[in-house]
Write a protein that binds this ligand. Structure first.
Ligand code: GLU
Length: 384
């Protein structure tokens, strides 16, 4: 295979991806001369996003830039910021950032949704489940979530600090199959190419060896906080969940189209898909905390790849919390599947055998309509 055929083959991973997270660094989005949004660049990027969405691909954006933009608005441009100044800058800049995304996406008849996350939101079980459900809804409702760290409230010891790892966490949370880190460098090198002329470009990584991980250097950009080191950590998170990752040069218009056209970039390829990684995780190590007995109709639905609805649940055994692993069994106690349940055992008892349009009355709130979403289900019986 020629080099360009190889690049074309890897670009196919992006063309085939169902759900893509795109991380945009501050140095791309913010024009360093004016400290204002690089409007023509963002316009072209959103055209690429809209083209991918038109092919049925789900897109989530993790965008930096709030601090860089806020500094200008607050006229605190020079030097290192104190923590409180950085948080103030983020609060002001985030508004400007979202304005730009919303305006351009609206021109394409697409809704923009702001999601601000802290480290705790992605580590705490309840918050994690809430964020995941919200992101899924936003995608189902046809919006483009634009995510950033909630820098205004993040504490120095409990924060991501860089959006590379945040983007990887978001990707694994919503089972994305491709994470694109748009950067001011075109990929991974054996050494920093700006100081070492013998540095070799690495176009494909299939295993994160200690040698590869050691290639992470520090950021050279004047704005962003991520460097190659945080990108390697992002790769570890993404690949562990079956999500491919790309580090690509973002400078220049239409960076996503360029990747599809086979422009040089570094691909990190997992050895399994997100659903396979999840399947191993769900069916493997965890002990089910309870059992849901289901009827024949629900069994057929599960075997056909659908979600489990409360109407098909006949009996609930055990004590479990929202997000726990449960075993799904037929009336004769044969396990057909395992899954992460969206309701606690108390709530499941209230909604079993009932339609989701009664949830509000039965539970006091209108939760998700699936008692176990198909993304959280693994068939374990003979018929799988
Ligand atoms: N959350 C920061 C911002 O919006 C950026 C972090 C990073 O550069 O990765 O400015």
């Amino acid at each position: 295979m020629t080099v360009s055929q190889e690049r074309g083959a890897r670009a196919g991973s992006l063309a085939k991806a169902k759900r893509i997270v795109i991380k945009i660094g501050s140095s791309l989005l913010v024009d360093s001369n004016k400290n204002e949004i690089n409007h023509s660049w963002l316009l072209a990027l959103i055209e690429d996003v809209v083209a991918l969405r038109a092919k049925g691909q789900d897109i989530l954006i993790v965008s930096s830039g709030s601090v860089a933009l806020g500094r200008r608005m607050l006229k605190i441009q020079n030097g290192e910021l104190k923590l409180s100044e950085r948080q103030a800058a983020a609060a002001c800049g985030q508004v400007r950032l979202m304005q730009a995304y919303q305006q351009i996406l609206t021109w394409h008849n697409t809704g923009a949704a702001q999601v601000l996350l802290t480290l705790a939101d992605t580590e705490n079980r309840q918050s994690y489940l809430n964020v995941r459900a919200t992101l899924r809804s936003l995608l189902e409702l046809g919006t483009v979530p634009v995510i950033n760290e909630n820098d205004t409230v993040a504490t120095p010891t409990r924060r991501y600090g860089d959006n590379d790892r945040l983007a990887a966490r978001v990707a694994t949370m919503i089972d994305a199959d491709c994470l694109i880190l748009l950067s001011d460098i075109d990929g991974l090198y054996t050494a920093d190419p700006s100081i070492d002329p013998t540095a070799q470009f690495i176009s494909e990584v299939t295993s994160l060896t200690s040698e590869i991980l050691a290639m992470g250097g520090e950021s050279r950009s004047g704005f962003g906080r991520g460097g190659m080191r945080t990108k390697m950590e992002a790769a570890r998170i993404a690949l562990g969940s079956g999500c491919a990752m790309v580090i690509a040069q973002g400078k220049g218009l239409h960076p996503l189209r360029s990747i599809l056209e086979g422009k040089r970039c570094s691909w990190f390829l997992p050895n399994c898909s997100p659903s396979a990684a999840r399947k191993v995780w769900i069916s493997g190590s965890l002990d089910p905390r309870g059992t849901l007995m289901i009827d024949d109709g629900a069994s057929k639905a599960l075997l056909a790849g659908r979600s489990l609805l409360s109407v098909g649940v006949k009996k609930v055994n055990g004590t479990f919390a929202r997000g726990d692993l449960v075993s799904i069994q037929t009336h004769d106690a044969t396990e057909v599947a395992r899954g992460l349940v969206a309701y606690s055992s108390d709530e499941s008892l209230k909604i079993m055998g009932k339609h989701s349009d009664q949830f509000e009355i039965l539970l006091g709130y209108n939760g998700q309509k699936e008692i176990i979403h198909r993304d959280d289900l693994v068939l374990t019986g003979d018929a799988q």
